[in-house]
Ligand binder design. Structure first.
Ligand code: ACO
Length: 428
């Protein structure tokens, strides 16, 4: 056996399997011939040890708390870049020149309007519908409106549908909000930046001029950067799995939105703020820490822990700084921030959290910022979906462009009854 092979003996058969190396990160054992040669599957529920694809987009070192997009550290991107630039980077692999960025931003801006018929679609929802339910429905419905960009074998169609998704997501999200508060939809304003436009469509009203506050625009843009992509997480894997069957991109992104909604994933930012509200004041923290540690209590500290990060989530560090900037710009305070800081401090000195390597994740502080800007908690996961759309789209494009791409089809360990004969109803 050579150095770059792993050997396995199973069921009386031995098998040499190639070990593949990426540019950084753990090597992988290529087990694709395992079933053909041994008749056995691997077993890895939750994919804790399984690499499902090759990807050149995003790299995470969870032990060191490192997150790179196309090689660039998230902290540098959050400090120096813009969401449009990071979107270009994720989609194209390199940072754009000034001209490329201007062209890309113009293209995205020109796609921000929705087909007018889609506005009537909103009226089918109850006013109190969760905006994520509306997002799932409206984004899925886009494929019924943009037939001219759903041929996934055509790179030009893929490009147009990618631009449409990134461009229209703020409009769709803002309309979901407007519908819930009973205000008229505000159309996109092409003079504004991607993020400024979203703020205006969300908080502007036709009766008044809307002034974008530059500090808030910058903070929200940074939040979008922090959420842009995150390797093969649950929603991204959902997008890839849906796309592996050849489904159109709008349907795939709707599937990603549905997956993101769950409280263990994107729904955690909403759950984290609700938890902080429930805790209320720092004197009640210890009680909730004890609950989180109690095996018989389903309560978990929301915004804490991560499948990959076993260190401080680098996005949480930036998020914590951003809270202070937004508070200063808006001249507000929120006692929940003090509660959050104290909760973090107490948890990080508690042996339970230390041993299990549970640190604040991106969702722990984001709710405090979004709430200060004026978003209701139900919109938090919508904002996550808006920003993650570029990551989903980039990952989907990468998958479709891969010549070795196959339909995703996991196997299982069957634990049901063995074959038995049907018993007629009269004899049961
Ligand atoms: N509070 C208390 N205990 C926790 C927490 C938490 N937030 N997270 C994990 N644990 C404990 C588990 O009970 C488990 O204990 P055990 O080993 O004694 O059984 C151990 O830590 C490992 O947890 P798992 O759930 O097995 O880890 P997994 O990788 O499957 O889950 C997850 C990761 C879902 C993020 C989990 O930490 C969690 O539920 N956190 C709260 C929800 C949250 O913040 N999600 C956002 C994730 S980031 C994102 O999606 C953008």
């Amino acid at each position: 056996m050579s150095d770059n092979q792993a050997s396995l003996t199973a069921g009386g058969k031995s098998l040499d399997m190639p070990i593949k190396s990426g540019t950084i990160g753990p090597d992988v054992i290529d087990i694709r011939k395992l079933y053909a040669q041994t008749g056995m599957f691997t077993y890895d529920p939750g994919f804790t040890s399984t690499a499902s694809c090759d990807s050149a987009l995003t790299y995470i070192d969870g032990d060191e708390g490192v997150l790179l997009h196309r090689g660039y550290p998230i902290g540098q991107l959050a400090e120096h870049s813009s969401f449009m630039e990071v979107s270009y980077l994720l989609l194209n692999g390199e940072l754009p020149s000034q001209q490329e960025l201007a062209d890309f931003s113009r293209t995205i801006t020109r796609h921000t309007m929705l087909h007018e018929q889609l506005s009537t679609f909103y009226r089918g929802f109850r006013r109190d519908a969760h905006p994520m339910a509306i997002m799932c429905g409206v984004v899925g419905a886009l494929s019924a409106f943009y037939h001219d960009s759903t041929d996934i074998s055509d790179p030009q169609h893929r490009k147009i549908s990618s631009h449409r998704l990134i461009a229209k997501m703020p409009t769709i999200a803002a309309m979901a909000y407007k519908y819930s508060v009973g205000q008229p939809f505000v159309y996109p304003d092409n003079k504004l930046s991607y993020t400024g436009n979203f703020l205006k469509m969300t908080f502007g009203v036709p009766a008044e001029e809307y002034e974008v506050i530059p500090e808030v625009e910058k903070a929200l843009d940074r939040i979008f950067i922090l959420h842009a992509d995150h390797e093969q997480n649950a929603s991204t894997s959902t997008v890839r799995l849906a796309g592996s069957s050849g489904a159109n991109p709008f349907a795939c992104i709707a599937a990603g939105i549905a997956c993101l909604w769950g409280p263990a994933h994107g729904g955690a930012n909403e759950a984290a703020l609700n938890m902080l509200k429930e805790i209320g004041t720092p004197d009640r923290i210890q009680h909730y820490i004890e609950r989180a540690k109690d095996k018989n209590d389903p309560f978990r500290l929301m915004g804490f822990g991560h499948r990959v990060y076993k260190n401080y989530d680098p996005r949480a560090t930036v998020m914590q700084q951003t809270v202070r900037e937004v508070f200063a710009a808006l001249n507000v305070q929120d006692p929940l921030f003090e509660t959050a800081l104290r909760l973090e401090e107490i948890a990080l000195s508690d042996p339970y959290f230390i041993e299990k390597k549970l640190f604040p994740n991106v969702d722990f502080y984001s709710g405090i910022i979004l709430s200060a800007i004026g978003f209701p908690t139900t919109m938090f996961t919508v904002l996550f979906a808006l920003a993650r759309t570029v990551g989903w789209v980039a990952q989907w494009n990468e998958m479709i462009s891969d010549p070795g791409q196959k339909i995703g089809r996991p196997r299982q360990l069957y634990t049901g009854p063995t074959q038995r004969d049907y018993v007629p109803l009269s004899q049961r």
